[in-house]
Design a protein around this ligand. Structure first.
Ligand code: SF4
Length: 261
C-alpha cells in the first residue's frame, strides 16, 4: 500500500509529494479539516492510530520515487510530531529512510518535539526544510485555537534553533485567524525564517467573511519585501489583490521546493 502520494487541489501548493505518518492528531486545532476528510468526529480524530506496516511501505515508496529527487512533505493530515511520536518514533525512522534514499523532505509541524531529531535533520544538509505553522501571537489565544500544540514562543524558538544550526526554515501563515496576530508573528519570526508562505482561513464559521484580506495581503507583502525575504502568496489569498501587483517567485511555489542537491 502506497503511503507517499501526490496532493490534490490546494494542498499541491505545498509540495509535489506528501506522506501522513499517522492517522489522527491530538493537537485539537479548532479549524482542523482532518476530521471532515477522514469522516471522523473531532473526538475520534484526536485518537492517533498507527498505519499498518508503515515503515515498510514508506521504504518501498522511497525506492519508487528515488530518481525523481522531488520533495515529500510530512504531513498534511496529522502532525508528524504529535504525542504518539514521542514513543513510536516513526517520523524519526522515516527521516532515516528518506536520508538513505536521498528523498528531499519538508516538515510542517506545531510541535517542539522536532528538535529531538536535529541530529538526523542536519545530515540532510540543504535537502530538508523545517516548517512551523504560525497563527496566534499569545498563549491564551493559542491554547484556545490549538490546545495541545506548542506555544507561539516555543514555535519561534524551534525556528531559531534550526536556523542557528544552518537548517533551512519556513513558516506557514495558514490559517490566518486574527490578521494582526499573524503579522505580529511574522515580525517575531523574521530573523529565523527563510521562506514565508502566506494564505488565509477558509470556510470557518463565517470568520473569513469578516476579514479585510486585501489589507492583510498588502501589509504582509510590504513587510516581507522590506526585509528582503522569500515569500509565496497562496492562491486563496491572491484572489484579494484588487490590482495590487505580485511578482515572480511570490507566485511560484515550485521555485521553493527542495530537490536533492
Ligand atoms: S496540527 Fe494539523 S492535523 Fe493536527 S489538529 Fe492541528 S490542523 Fe489538525
Amino acid at each position: 500500500m502506497s503511503v507517499i502520494y501526490t496532493p490534490k487541489g490546494k494542498a499541491r501548493e505545498y509540495s509535489p509529494y506528501a506522506c501522513n505518518i499517522y492517522m489522527g492528531c491530538n493537537h485539537g486545532c479548532k479549524y482542523c479539516y482532518g476530521p471532515g476528510i477522514s469522516r471522523k468526529t473531532k473526538e475520534q480524530f484526536l485518537i492517533i492510530e498507527l498505519r499498518r506496516n508503515f515503515l515498510h511501505n514508506f521504504e518501498l515508496d522511497c525506492k519508487k520515487i528515488y530518481n525523481l529527487q522531488s520533495q515529500v512533505l510530512f504531513c498534511f493530515m496529522t502532525d508528524p510530531y504529535n504525542s504518539l511520536e514521542n514513543e513510536m518514533e516513526l517520523t524519526r525512522e522515516s527521516l532515516k529512510i528518506a536520508l538513505r534514499y536521498k528523498i528531499p523532505i519538508s516538515i510542517l509541524t506545531k510541535s517542539n518535539l522536532v528538535l529531538r531529531d536535529i541530529d538526523i535533520i542536519k545530515q540532510f544538509k540543504s535537502n530538508i526544510s523545517i516548517g512551523m505553522t504560525l497563527t496566534c501571537d499569545n498563549e491564551k489565544d493559542s491554547k484556545e485555537w490549538e490546545p495541545e500544540a506548542a506555544t507561539p514562543g516555543q514555535r519561534i524558538e524551534v525556528l531559531k534553533k534550526f536556523h542557528d544550526a544552518g537548517v533551512k526554515t519556513w513558516a506557514s501563515f495558514e490559517p490566518v485567524i486574527l490578521p494582526e496576530q499573524s503579522l505580529s508573528m511574522m515580525v517575531k519570526a523574521i530573523n529565523y525564517v527563510d521562506l514565508f508562505k502566506v494564505g488565509k482561513i477558509n470556510n470557518y464559521e463565517g470568520l473569513d467573511k469578516k476579514i479585510d484580506w486585501n489589507d492583510f495581503l498588502i501589509k504582509s507583502v510590504e513587510y516581507l519585501r522590506s526585509k528582503n525575504k522569500d515569500f509565496y502568496i497562496k492562491h486563496d489569498l491572491r484572489q484579494f489583490t484588487k490590482g495590487y501587483k505580485l511578482y515572480g517567485n511570490e507566485l511560484n511555489m515550485d521555485e521553493f521546493i527542495n530537490k536533492w542537491e
